[in-house]
Design a protein. Sequence first.
Length: 625
Amino acid sequence: MNIIDVSIILLYVVLTLAVGIWVSKRASKGLKSYFLGGNGIKWYYLGLSNGSGMFDVSGTAWMVGILFLYGVKSFMFMWLWPVWNQIFIMMFLAVWIRRSNIMTGSEWMLTRFGDDRAGRAAHSIVAIFAVVAAVGFIAYFFEGVGKFMTVILPWDFALQVGESVLLSSEQSYALIIIGLTTLYTVKGGMFSVVATEVLQYVIMVIAGILVAGYAFYEFSDVQINSIISDEWKNVSFGWELGVHWSDKFDSFNKLIDSEGYKMFGAFIGMSLFKGFFASIAGPTPGFDMQRILSTRTVKEAAYMSGFTALVLYIPRYLLIAGIVVIALVVLGPGMAADAGLTGAELEVILPKVINFHVPVGIKGLLLAGLLAAFMSTFSAFVNAGPAYIVNDIYKKYFKPVASDKHYIKASHIASILVVGLGVFMGFFAESINSLTLWITSALFGGYVAANFLKWIWWRFNGWGYFWGMASGLLIATLQFILDQNKSNLEVGTWLHDLAQIPAIYVFPIIFAVSLLGSFLGTFLTPATRMETLKGFYKNVHPWGYWKPVVEALNNEGDHIKKNGEFWKDMANCGIGIIWQSSMIVLPIYFMVRDYPKTWAALGIFLVTSIILKYTWLDKIRKIPN
């Protein structure tokens, strides 16, 4: 590490801590101020903050690896999350969610199901899910940032007593970075998170532009095209993946065969199936939900969500594609010669490129940018998870009356507890990939069915929601335990065979069990009170099967029309997914010098932007403040 690079990183850390602590005084006015910024933060700052929070270092390392191996088609792997959840939020869900005017996604359940036993059961299960998800993501970050820092930095921070290693160097680095981030996040709440994330976003964009510029001018078209094939640059696909690499790089073809995605058509089909239901289900109770609830008005919630998509993908994929171009030319031939190449080696492409193949100065800014990516995402979850512990568990059931100072102190304790549990779980994580698949395919799989039904079906009640979520989470947890212990299972047993199934293909099982729990819980218990349903529908006005509720409202003289916007919203979502995808492939094609496809991606981006101006933006502008 050159002294210039070290100085840039230290300057970034000091500046972030200073900004986070400086604005923290504004968070002491109460829980709404601490967790939502008092609904006074401008939508474009929240959009930058939200985009920054999605720019995580573990995910970036994973995306670098899959783009390197699978080429442009790899952007569809992002549908695992699914990334176009953000498009559904932008088109209609942000408006529905913000109309609730509450503090957390869990509290929102009381407006949908009522504040009786059934409503409180739904309320509690969401709070538990939010905390479990926050802990899982913190473990994911712990695993990722530790691997990243040990490859980048030369110092050995392993803690050893005698012959026993108490902490590996990876774990020590992760604890240091997590400790610094927790400091300002706990102290300042949403104000500190947003202020530091806007700063971090600017640093990440600068780093991405510099790396892309360096890769573009350092490596020629001939060098890049001598390595990648036409299939690598091809977006279209069939049922089975074609040959991506030439005979010279055949070990990469063998790695693709062993990774479990060779049947690409089936994988995409499953991702689309899951993605549709997961996207309509809405954002999970995490930082994205908190940003929506933090906006000043319903209209600004939609603006913020659209702005998040606009500012995130092009700079992020400039950075990712720049790193991949360097890796293809510099590391590709050496990796191809490795007969025992494994998927784990893809996870360290990012730090290897930074460590050995990025010039002084740019290296420091890039490291600061990636550190910012980690800190922003981590702080977002540290702010979101404890909101459910304090507001939805502690305040609701244990201490309903207390001073603002007391609740802020409880928030500090809850934040530290969530971080501690996440770090503890991170010590036992197998890899970034295993955590990614657990969170996206298993844990979130348990969330989908109940949250899909809550929007579209009037008869769905609190007990249906509770048992739908509980059954899904139970199966998801069993799947995770099985996956983590598959090496200990006897070959040939049904448990061993079940453990070998990729997590994405387990989703339909989780979804089906969760649906069964939802229907049984609903039909075996009374319907939600009509007064609660009328208040919810009148306020949120979702589409779906709400005929009895609409009739009840009209009989009372409210003259509420049924929301018939489903097909318009779905058409907008389809256009939005193409718009979002064009922002991902545009920087990739530009960096690999495929100019015809670069112009095509730019054209698609401009055309879809113009269409969305008329079909989405003009519609949002008409919403009253």
